[in-house]
Design a protein around this ligand. Structure first.
Ligand code: PRX
Length: 665
């Protein structure tokens, strides 16, 4: 693999030494008394069932059109099939089956960022109507059929889950691209997934600004056309008619406003298509170690069963809960814990459109108070921002409805964990620090709420049936407290089934590094109590504010600027975002001005999106490379972090490069 050399650099001693603070925190008695997982009968079943039968518990939460006959087919690893022989429909499981008992229950409470707009309560009945009508439009107007791919580039509005579920209803594979990504980034994902339909929105609010989103669709379609992929229909949900459309005219015969089309589909119903358990449900693109994003393909039966099960048992969802996962649906967290997991459980979930500090830093806590949110799931970056904004903001709201808190996306520092527990959770809410990935689909390592005693900063233990290990780069299991590579040694139902259109890359990326195991790309250690402590990525993937970015994707964005000759991108510790982006660039011009730096930053934003905004641009005479021509990222990381030690420089092709980089500080 391209980055093997880099992984060899994992400093096990550094990992082992990282976490020292350890303290057990026990769940409160009141929480234990009601926890789904603390039910003796459930625990008993999980304890008795051996792998892979332990996963039947989750599949039993779903309604199957045809029951499966084999829990796991291992005949062709790593292409594992779960719940073999079973047939089901994800949209039916998330919507229709709740109508009988919960027709008027809120499925979504949508809170727009602009406080002048009214919140929307979308009941299961409303959702049913909208999903059916849109499914009819996809079928009749777009001519889509099972197995076709559709790219969605939608912001956080209720239309997004409607579109996802409408696709699922007719077996169409949705590929939602995070709304904050640029048109170019969306276009690349359209090409990879070979989508001929793009679904988007005219505009959305972010931090008090109405952003034109349709212009990104035009860029995306143009980008796809460069690679010969023709998008023949662009469906535009109109949220603000007339406000932004003047700037981005509709293209006749290609672009259509959904509200105009929908008139013909009022009252239409579409029977949910019975899909085989292993039929693809969606693609979710994520960054890897090359510039090309990877389309993780998730299956209908295995994914949905595990999303439903993890939401029920490990997010402890009860019928009366108001659940709020503040991720964006454009990421896997939103797919699994805003849409599929909660809806499969018939839950009520809050969906907020905008920024946590708009119009002020109390916005989140006002929403918690207003809707009596009981389960709140966020990212460590957000928690660090809350800490910075001060305790007064949460202090002004009534947060007594909260009973369970969760985190995901990055390692959480024990200080932030303790603040979260004290200030938000009033020392009564258990915290579940959940480790998982786009590829794993759902939570893998996490405390069992109400059962596991927790240690601030550790995601504690594998969930029942999940078999992780910490190994050397040669695949040897390591003893407790020795840092190494995190692997998963057994399959699980929601695992990615392949990378869309690229089985070879799937095998090479995840199963060749440590033969026989799934290689997660993270460094970690397991302590003497069996608790796991995640250290972060050991490959060329950055985790910036809980968002995953490829260093190479940013490098290729930089070199697409006409004056950049070469670029090397590394992460560095960032107080708020966990990891910041530092770019070393070699220019073809002498100019090293602040204006040029600003131009490069704007260029990267334009190419990828605001989430990839570089924190530091450093001009360098040359980028340091090993004799074999590989960028010396470790050295650059040390320089970016301002550390004194710069490691072994003997393979540097030119020592003066290092010197000049340091002079630049
Ligand atoms: O490095 C790990 C980190 O996020 C990576 C996965 O990123 P992504 O696929 O975007 O999915 C994020 C949301 C599931 C992992 O390889 N990560 C995720 N959760 C944790 C974490 N690091 C430490 N602790 C966690 N709880």
């Amino acid at each position: 693999m391209a980055d093997t050399e880099e992984r060899a650099e994992v400093d096990e001693a550094e990992i082992a030494a990282h976490w020292k603070e350890e303290e057990w925190i026990h769940p409160s008695e009141s929480f234990v008394a009601q926890a789904n997982m603390a039910d003796e009968a459930v625990l008993e079943r999980f304890a008795q069932d051996k792998f892979p039968e332990s996963f039947r518990e989750y599949a039993d939460l779903l309604d199957w059109d045809e029951p499966w006959h084999t829990t796991l087919d291992s005949s062709n690893p790593p292409f594992w099939n779960w719940f073999v022989g079973g047939k089901l429909n994800a949209s039916y499981n998330c919507v229709d089956r709740h109508l009988e008992k919960n027709r008027n229950k809120a499925a979504f409470i949508f809170v727009p960022e602009d406080e002048g707009e009214v919140d929307q309560v979308i009941t299961y009945q409303d959702l049913y109507v909208r999903v059916n009508e849109f499914a009819a439009l996809l079928q009749d107007f777009c001519g889509l059929k099972a197995g076709d791919r559709v790219t969605l580039h939608m912001p956080m509005t209720p239309e997004l889950p409607v579109v996802m579920l409408a696709c699922a209803r007719i077996g169409v594979i949705h590929s939602q691209v995070f709304g904050g990504f640029s048109g170019t980034a969306c276009g690349e994902r359209i090409v990879d997934s070979e989508s001929h339909v793009l679904i988007t929105t005219d505009a959305y609010w972010r931090s008090g600004k109405l952003l034109d989103h349709k212009e990104k669709a035009d860029e995306a379609v143009a980008k796809a056309a460069e690679s010969g992929v023709v998008v023949d229909k662009v469906l535009v949900w109109r949220r603000y008619p007339g406000k932004v459309s003047a700037a981005t005219p509709m293209v006749g015969g290609r672009d259509f406003y959904v509200d105009e089309l929908m008139k013909d589909y009022k009252g239409r119903r579409v029977a949910p298509l019975s899909m085989s358990s292993d039929a693809p449900l969606f693609l979710m693109y994520t960054s890897g170690t090359t510039a090309k994003p990877k389309g993780c393909q998730h299956s209908t039966g295995g994914y949905l069963a595990y999303a439903a099960g993890t939401a029920k048992y490990y997010q402890d969802i009860h019928p009366e809960d108001v659940y709020w996962c503040m991720a964006d649906i454009g990421w896997i967290t939103g797919h699994s814990y805003i849409v599929y997991g909660p809806l499969a459980n018939g839950a009520t979930t809050v969906m907020y459109e905008g920024a946590p500090n708009w119009p002020d830093e109390g916005r989140f806590w006002n929403i918690v108070e207003k809707y009596k949110v009981s389960i709140f799931y966020t990212a460590p970056t957000a928690i660090r921002a809350f800490i910075k904004w001060g305790d007064d903001w949460p202090g002004q709201a009534d947060l007594s409805s909260l009973r369970l808190l969760g985190t995901v996306g990055e390692p959480i520092n024990p200080e932030a964990w303790m603040w979260y527990r004290k200030v938000i959770g009033a020392e009564k809410c258990p915290i579940v620090d959940t480790w998982w990935q786009t590829e794993t689909g759902c939570i893998m390592l996490s405390p069992l709420p109400g059962v596991t005693t927790t240690k601030p900063g550790s995601c504690t233990m594998p969930l029942p049936g999940v078999v992780p290990d910490i190994v050397t780069k040669d695949g040897e299991s390591l003893d407790d407290n020795l840092g190494g590579l995190l692997v998963l040694k057994q399959p699980w139902p929601s695992m990615l089934r392949t990378l869309y259109g690229d089985h070879d890359r799937f095998l090479e990326t995840y199963f060749s590094e440590i033969p026989g195991s799934y290689f997660a790309g993270d460094g970690a250690r397991r302590d003497e109590d069996g608790c796991y402590w995640i250290m972060g990525r050991v490959d060329d993937v950055l985790n910036v504010a809980g968002h995953r970015l490829s260093t190479m994707e940013i490098e290729s964005a930089l070199v697409s600027h006409p004056q950049v000759a070469e670029a090397a991108v590394v992460g560095f510790p960032h107080e708020l975002k966990g990891e910041g982006i530092c770019c070393f660039v070699t220019m073809t011009v002498q100019d090293q001005s602040e204006e040029l730096k600003a131009e490069l930053i704007a260029h990267v934003r334009e190419q990828i999106g605001a989430i990839a905004t570089p924190d530091k641009i450093r001009f360098a005479a040359a980028v340091p490379k090993t004799r074999s021509g590989k960028i010396m990222r470790r050295l650059l990381r040390d320089i970016a972090a301002g550390r004194e030690e710069v490691g072994d420089t003997t393979t540097l092709e030119d020592y003066t490069v290092l010197a000049s980089l340091r002079d630049d500080e």
